[in-house]
Design a protein around this ligand. Structure first.
Ligand code: NI
Length: 258
């Protein structure tokens, strides 16, 4: 299976990176897409993709750090995005929960990264927290850019709007949390053809390992829960989510280069 959103580029994995990758492979996670959240982590994601065959990169600036954006940031991301193992721009978006950057700045930088996706013909990976309306409005301004709503936590109604525009959703550890009944209802209402698996490691560790560092080897726990929610087999989930991931990130055209 494919972990569509991981952060092996995070310092949390500095000490045991090779072991973490081999544990992932032993668990059946043959492909991991590492997502940048600032320039340093984006560069690191590209380095990792160069060093390990099953690893790919996404480059961009997280909404938390939007205030650090300059015109040069856009150029640097654009340069990195030209690398053969960079699949998308991200994670970009809006986070009104932490408000680490002013909201108008977050919106400006989100638009700038969607425009970059449009210009470079690359999909965009989106982080959205407590900013459902603004995220949907801004995404709608860029109809030609395929978007992945990572760790989707919005309503089913909003999900329908994204679905109509052809966008995708990824889910991870939170769908396994004991009290996540509402989230599971939303997941049940989204067609499996629109869903990708993710860990968002080192964060969001699935039940029963909450509290420990998360890693791609935990992805089967998410696949099992998704199968349970959708009333299908784990094999169905693995096959369909892999197909979706290849379609969204256009991996089909790129896997030959490895
Ligand atoms: Ni993330």
């Amino acid at each position: 299976m494919i972990d569509s959103h991981a952060h092996l580029n995070d310092p949390a994995f500095e000490q045991d990176l090779a072991e973490t990758v081999s544990r992932a492979q032993s668990a059946g996670v043959h492909t991991v897409i590492n997502v940048g959240y600032d320039l340093k982590s984006s560069r690191r994601a590209v380095e990792l993709a160069e060093s390990f065959p099953g690893l790919w990169a996404v480059v961009g600036l997280h909404p938390h750090d939007s205030r650090l954006w300059t015109e040069e940031t856009g150029d640097l991301i654009k340069n990195m995005a030209g690398h053969a193992k960079v699949l998308a721009i991200g994670e970009a978006g809006l986070d009104y929960h932490y408000d680490n950057s002013p909201r108008d700045v977050q919106r400006h930088v989100f638009r700038a990264q969607l425009a970059l996706g449009q210009e470079l013909d690359l999909p965009v990976v989106i982080h959205s927290r407590e900013a459902a309306k603004d995220t949907l409005d801004i995404v709608s301004e860029y109809p030609s850019v395929p978007c992945l709503l990572h760790c989707y936590s919005g309503s089913l109604e909003t999900a329908r709007a994204y679905e109509k525009m052809g966008h995708f959703f990824s889910f991870g550890g939170p769908i396994t949390f004991k009290n996540a009944h509402k989230l599971r209802e939303v997941v049940a209402g989204i067609p499996l053809e629109r869903i990708l698996l993710e860990t968002d490691c080192p964060y969001l560790t699935p039940h029963p390992y909450r509290g420990k560092r998360n890693e791609p080897a935990n992805l089967p726990l998410v696949a099992e829960k998704l199968a349970e929610i959708h009333g299908c087999t784990v094999e169905d989930v693995v096959r369909q989510t892999e197909e979706n991931t290849r379609e969204f990130f256009r991996l089909v055209d790129k896997e030959d280069i490895q």
